[in-house]
Design a protein around this ligand. Structure first.
Ligand code: PBG
Length: 328
């Protein structure tokens, strides 16, 4: 940087002297267009069940879904993400409930897409809500078998597309799944169904409250370190993203969010593809507990989301979406 001048001629505080001036020079902004709202769904009727580790977030039965969709549309949130809590008796080692065309996610998709065309619905592709061991794929000798799992994920994706899913979001971190999913969607007439690849998903300690919310926390045996990325690595993320772009991803997700701002920026600076960030459950719960205990005020939410935008995220999956939307 040259020619920045010097004090006292230059006073950087001049442009900060009033809110109108700060607005004129602000480099980043957050709008409702940037938000993706995750919704937890469960079986039953008339249920709005608090999630203990995520204060202010609930699991809803399907009869509540339409009012949530209407709320999202009225707040101009462009997309919802659906996450099911599958009853334990429907789980098994291969996660076959993922392929049941009457599973929770399929029922929700049909319900929503029958009446609402102007909001995007994104669905996770991974087996962990459906396996009794809590892993994202199929185990062989206690190791998640890549190629067997990809076959299941391809079928899961196709089923979701058939049910009306707009954005298929593989969050499993198997190698090669984006290409296989793209091929099968195209072959079956779903050329315009988008793929949001969780290309850079770390084996993070910040997913705990989510696993509690979908009911995989207690069943999970071991950890996910032999498929999700090692949080000591950054350059490896470039290879993950490059591969997923070549396989046909339409956008890529970096996950978690705040502890990985460097990765968001790295990917944004190196590729032209839209980059999304996931402010995950552990981040949500920390901030929310801070607010509830009056350690933080509500503006901490806005600040955390702006940080993700500043780093380069085009859109953010956040459990704060409905709480923050009306302020934007
Ligand atoms: C499942 C999945 C996880 C999250 C989203 N999809 C958990 C995991 O990989 O164990 C985490 C989301 C969050 O913590 O908010 N594949």
């Amino acid at each position: 940087m040259k020619n920045i001048g010097s004090y006292p001629k230059v006073r950087l505080r001049r442009n900060r002297k009033a809110e109108w001036s700060r607005r004129l020079v602000s480099e980043n902004s957050l709008s409702t267009n940037d938000l993706i709202w995750p919704i937890f769904i469960k079986e039953g009727k008339n249920i709005k069940e608090p999630i203990k580790l995520m204060p202010g977030v609930y699991r809803y039965s399907l009869d509540k879904i339409e009012s949530l969709v209407e709320k999202a549309i009225s707040k101009k949130i462009p997309m919802l993400a659906l996450f099911p809590q599958t009853p334990n008796f429907k789980k098994n080692a291969r996660g076959t409930e993922a392929l049941n065309k009457n599973n929770l996610v399929c029922k929700a998709l049909k319900l929503i897409k029958k009446n609402y065309k102007d909001i995007g619905i994104m669905c996770d592709v991974a087996l962990d809500p459906y396996t009794d061991h809590g892993h994202d794929g199929i185990l062989k000798k206690n190791y998640v078998d890549n190629d067997e799992t990809v076959k299941m994920l391809v079928r899961q994706s196709l089923l979701q597309a058939e049910m009306g899913c707009d954005v298929i979001a593989p969050s499993d971190m198997m190698d090669g799944r984006i290409g296989e999913i793209r091929k099968s969607l195209d072959k079956n007439g779903y050329k315009l169904v988008q793929i949001l690849s969780y290309a850079v998903k770390y084996a993070s300690n910040f997913y705990g409250p989510f696993r509690d919310a979908v009911g995989s926390k207690n069943s999970l045996k071991g950890d996910k370190k032999n498929y999700q990325m090692d949080f000591r690595n950054s350059k490896e993320s470039l290879r993950e993203v490059a591969l997923d772009i070549s396989e046909g991803a339409d956008f890529v997700m970096i996950k978690p969010g705040l502890p990985y701002l460097d990765i968001i920026k790295l990917i944004k600076d190196n590729f032209k593809i839209p980059v999304f960030a996931y402010q995950v459950s552990g981040e949500y719960s920390l901030i929310m507990n801070g607010i509830n205990k009056k350690i933080l005020n509500d503006d901490a939410i806005y600040e955390s989301l702006i940080s993700l935008k500043r780093a380069g995220a085009s859109a953010i999956v956040t459990y704060f979406a409905d709480r923050i939307a009306h302020k934007l």
